[in-house]
Design a binder for this molecule. Structure first.
Ligand code: BTN
Length: 280
């Protein structure tokens, strides 16, 4: 399938921006190693919260758990956003809001895709954005959150990186991704306007982030749980060091950790790892 190329630039993105803060400082590059790395460098040079870095391609795109993120030119979204670490409201009992940032980003991404396409993506905990077709779900977007600074007078900054497979034809995917990943183009048969998708995504993040600051995790958890394809399912989670826990995913802890009911009836909370949805 040939797809008419659209381009991402300040000129194509700005007319669609409806945000108050996110993307007001915007840098768009033809190619970078990783937008997360560039955003971190900008933060260290004094870039303000809300700065957004977009690239048409990445030659060292980073994924979760040390993986690479496949980032060919001119067809997908690769962006990173600088955020101040969220502070819990004064009266809140919640221990941390930071762990909710990647979760809200997954939700915001799924909703932006739904706004621009006929798709209704679901979230695999913690923040894989996936599309279901013919009984299979395939990954269409991912989130990588990194926290930098916090030492020797350098303020702590959250770098929120998001990748969405937008207009990538099926034959471009590397062999090892073909059965587990997909793109909006593959799923709908139509190219998406990437500038609009980006603008919608930024607006959603800004709004969810504001709700998180104002109301705490309860502002997000219900919408997140509704979009989850993990909750209610039997899962196996491969932890670091290849230890594995299994159980039924029952809910989210106050910090966004996944709660599992394990076979012996106890509840286990998992904060990181690779999750496999088992057949019910
Ligand atoms: C995942 O493994 O699911 C996370 C993928 C995150 C990829 C995005 S693309 C833009 C940003 N820059 C990076 O190097 N990674 C993130």
């Amino acid at each position: 399938m040939t797809v008419a190329a659209d381009s991402l630039s300040e000129e194509t993105i700005r007319p669609h921006l409806r945000t108050r803060v996110l993307g007001r400082a915007l840098s768009v590059f033809p190619e970078v190693d990783s937008t997360n790395r560039v955003a971190a460098e900008l933060a260290q040079a004094g870039a303000v919260a809300g700065t957004v870095v977009v690239a048409e391609s990445q030659h060292r795109g980073r994924g979760r758990l040390g993986r690479q993120w496949f980032s060919p030119p001119g067809m997908n979204l690769y962006l990173s956003i600088l955020l101040d670490p969220p502070q819990a409201p004064a009266d809140a009992s919640s221990p941390t809001l930071l762990t909710w940032v990647p979760l809200l980003a997954g939700l915001a991404t799924a909703q932006a895709i739904h706004t621009l396409t006929s798709l209704a993506p679901r979230l695999k905990w913690p923040n894989d954005v996936r599309v279901q077709r013919e009984g299979h779900s395939r990954k269409v977007g991912g989130i990588l959150t990194e926290v930098i600074g916090g030492t020797a007078g350098v303020p702590r900054v959250v770098v929120l990186g998001i990748g969405v497979n937008a207009n990538m034809p099926a034959d471009i995917f590397p062999e090892d991704l073909r059965t587990i990943a997909t793109s909006l183009l593959v799923e709908t048969g139509r190219p998406v306007d990437r500038a609009r998708l980006l603008a919608s995504l930024l607006l959603n993040i800004e709004q969810w982030y504001a709700r998180l600051l104002q109301h705490g995790p309860s502002a997000i958890s219900e919408a997140y749980c509704q979009a989850s394809e993990t909750l209610g399912k039997p899962v196996a989670i491969i932890l670091q060091g290849s230890r594995q826990v299994t159980g039924i995913a029952t809910g989210l802890a106050p910090d966004g950790a996944l709660q599992l009911k394990s076979p012996d009836g106890s509840t286990v909370e998992v904060r990181a790892g690779d999750i496999v949805h088992l057949r019910a």
